[in-house]
Design a protein around this ligand. Sequence first.
Ligand SMILES: C[S@@+](CC[C@H](N)C(=O)[O-])C[C@H]1O[C@@H](n2cnc3c(N)ncnc32)[C@H](O)[C@@H]1O
Length: 457
Amino acid sequence: MPTPSRKNDSQARACAHAVNEILWTTLAYGRPTDRALNAFLRANKQYGSRDRRLTSHMVFAVLRWWGWLARLAPRPFQDALKRVGANPDSYQQRPEPAPQGDSRAWSQILLGAHVLENSHRPDIARVWAGHIQRRSPKPFTEDDALPFRARELAKRLGVNLAGLREGQLVPKWAAAEIPHSLPKGETLSWLQRRPPVWLRAQTDAVPKLLVQLRKAELEPERHAQMARAIRIGHPRTNLRTLDSFRKGAFEVQDLASQVVAHVCAPKPGQRWWDACAGAGGKTLHLADLMQSKGTVLATDIRTRKLEDLRKRARRAGFSNIQCREWRGDAVSRKRATFDGILVDAPCTCSGTWRRNPDGRWTTSLRDVTEMAERQLGLLTSAATGLRSGGIIVYATCSMFAQENTGVVEAFLAKHAAFALDPFTDPLTGKNCDGTRLIAPWEGDCDTMFVARFRHSG
Ligand SMILES: C[S@@+](CC[C@H](N)C(=O)[O-])C[C@H]1O[C@@H](n2cnc3c(N)ncnc32)[C@H](O)[C@@H]1O
């Protein structure tokens, strides 16, 4: 076996150490991985840009396959995880340092994630293989089906991993909650694919933007049906440094998320309310579709998020967005003046488990049920702001029926003045009966649910 260079060896070890720590903070204390990753890198300034890129890539790859790889974790890590996991208050506690153990176990886990995802650093994978006295095994291809990988993985890693099944890639309760409209095998296989990045052009000059993106060594592909949606694969470029970004010519936004504002279909001059606007991904899209004419009121319980929205609106040059705090209360009757309302509700985000695989391991069935209650409350309160005959759109990035059709049915049961409002599906151009669940294979995107209601007026 060739001896790795000192640089590669130290990079491989640094990545294994970081993955151990970040996984611990996420799995034992429920911290979102992107935040745990940032906190780790802030505290470990010795990690250079290549270390950071490798660590960030691998930590998400490991979490995507954690349902299979967890059994390879060092025993002290597994035992401590069980102890902390049994304590419902652990999410409120300050994370303790990760339990250590045989560091070769992390090399094995990282090698496993590399083989499963064919990660971009085969040179580093060779070092992890060296740590466990093996040659680096052949990675799987994207076309290798999950049952085949489940059978082959143990052989390729030279370990005992009997009885792997595709259903283990998410918690048992989650596999049972996948709705019938999403075939289980296909859904699980898509959850394992690293998602591409999508942009939403925020300019009429899309061909010019495409030229600028190509100059930046990106390979933009325009969506056939949604002409302003641009797929750029897995870019290495920092998009925020591009001139076109600074000038507000595009926003990063998943394809499925871009469908939502099109379902709202606001008209120039109207009054819209984006009730759960967050940092305003969909607010900006609504304002764009309204050609800056009329108003969009953007509200959220987290006013800090609205600050981000204000910056983004300035960058894009939209002057018709107003931001305000909203805590989910009903609106007084005299203020029920909106032509349209969007409730992009807080949810379990299970539809984004491709890109945020940590959510699979930090969400519980109780969260789904609690979310559904909260969502119905927000939709009910927001609906009080609608003018007679107006439109209200409800959206989640969850795949679970409780949060989607469950909320729609409960809302309709209590609101006789509302009915589902059919629309043309922006993704396919086909007619929809008023609800739509977008599957990841329909556009290499997140799963997203959207429902459109009309007030009978
Ligand atoms: C799915 S996110 C919104 C994402 C945003 N629309 C976008 O496209 O970027 C849901 C938002 O609902 C907000 N939220 C949660 N509870 C709320 C409440 N009671 N009142 C208002 N907003 C709430 C959260 O702060 C979060 O920003």
